[in-house]
Write a protein that binds this ligand. Structure first.
Ligand SMILES: [Zn+2]
Length: 115
């Protein structure tokens, strides 16, 4: 059974984590991996067995019931765990990389590091 395609409905959140948003295949609940949990929230990663896409969803158990927000990602569940507490890339990081690239030192540095 395919989920109805239509405007946002009450069960949208549940629908999102029941079906792959890209190919509409129903997820196997056993394929969901809970990455993090608190009393009122779970961070879940689900990989679609049909199209190999993944979603990360935050499932919230709030005062008005269960809701979720999810996004399609190319991260594996291990990637999510690796990056979720990592520091964000700042504009200074981008400027540093740009200046390293500009003076052609970066490639030499990387090659030296790899050897
Ligand atoms: Zn899919």
């Amino acid at each position: 059974m395919n989920p109805p395609n239509g405007p946002y409905t009450q069960g949208e959140g549940i629908k999102l984590i029941s079906y792959c948003p890209l190919c509409n295949t129903q997820y196997n609940p056993l394929a969901a991996r809970v990455l993090d949990e608190r009393e009122d929230a779970h961070l879940v990663h689900i990989k679609c067995k049909s199209c190999n896409s993944s979603i990360v969803a935050l499932v919230l158990n709030g005062a008005i019931g269960i809701s979720s927000v999810g996004l399609v990602t190319d991260l594996t569940s291990d990637d999510v765990l690796k990056f979720k507490d990592a520091e964000e890339v700042t504009s200074n990081d981008v400027l540093d990389l740009h200046s390293e690239l500009s003076n052609n030192q970066l490639l030499g540095y990387i090659l030296k590091t790899v050897k």
